[in-house]
Design a protein around this ligand. Structure first.
Ligand SMILES: C[S@@+](CC[C@H](N)C(=O)[O-])C[C@H]1O[C@@H](n2cnc3c(N)ncnc32)[C@H](O)[C@@H]1O
Length: 219
């Protein structure tokens, strides 16, 4: 989606993607990555997700990237984190002790910013892109993730013709075809979450699968 789409969503606070709880898949599977304390974890398209608080509670250093400044400010304000703002090139860098967020476009984030990460977490980032832009995002993500680094990817899949995204449907086949050139791909779990999503129920979407993958960047 174009930046203007997301800026308008944040301005109007039409942020149905934002979860009031930490994602259960994150809690269930994060330890499988085996990351030690102080590992830096990259969270692309992070919004104001509470999942970043969970990662910080695991004593990781969180490095987010988010386009919209209001989202970033709300993250720090709502979580009562004192932060500083600096400019780094065209990005704003919002920093607190445990969490730093680069505010700006992920496509222009310099690659050296993520060169020390030891993990990553993509929830509602890959699925935020329509199919026409998804590969471009996957390429950008792959460039930002150093070799051997693992992360979790959480996707949704449903019959795309029954609902206009975002979120857009991403099938296991798409993940295998388009991410396997860059990442080792392991499907950890896939569950039908239709009953928990009234927007999809109301549009008579017949099924809605949420999947969590472990991805490890190939050399
Ligand atoms: C569907 S939301 C998901 C947010 C977060 N991952 C979560 O789970 O709540 C997608 C987010 O990506 C941000 N975004 C969209 N395009 C972006 C870009 N080019 N660079 C950085 N962030 C972007 C949007 O502002 C929005 O907050």
């Amino acid at each position: 989606m174009e930046p203007s789409f997301w800026h308008e969503k944040w301005q109007l606070q039409q942020i149905g993607f934002h979860q009031q709880q930490v994602n259960p898949f994150l809690v269930k599977y994060w330890s499988q990555l085996g990351l030690v304390e102080q590992t830096e974890v990259f969270v692309p398209l992070c919004g104001k997700s509470l999942d970043m608080c969970y990662l910080a509670e695991q004593r990781h250093r969180v490095l987010g990237c988010e386009l919209n400044p209001l989202a970033v400010e709300q993250f720090f304000t709502y979580n009562q984190l004192t932060y500083q703002v600096n400019n780094v090139g065209e990005h704003g860098l919002f920093s607190a002790d445990e969490v730093c967020i680069y505010q700006g476009d992920i496509f222009t984030l310099p690659h050296d910013i993520t060169k020390k990460i030891g993990g990553f977490y993509d929830r509602a980032a890959l699925i935020a892109w329509p199919e026409t832009m998804r590969q471009q995002y996957a390429n950008a993500l792959a460039k930002l993730i150093p070799a051997s680094v693992s992360g979790l990817l959480i996707t949704l899949d449903y019959p795309q013709d029954t609902l206009k995204g975002p979120p857009f449907a991403v099938s296991p086949d798409w993940v295998e075809t388009h991410l396997a050139p860059y990442f080792e791909v392991e499907l950890l779990e896939c569950v039908d979450v239709l009953a928990d999503n009234p927007r999809f129920v109301n549009k008579q979407v017949p099924w809605l699968n949420e999947a969590v993958y472990k991805l490890t960047r190939k050399s």
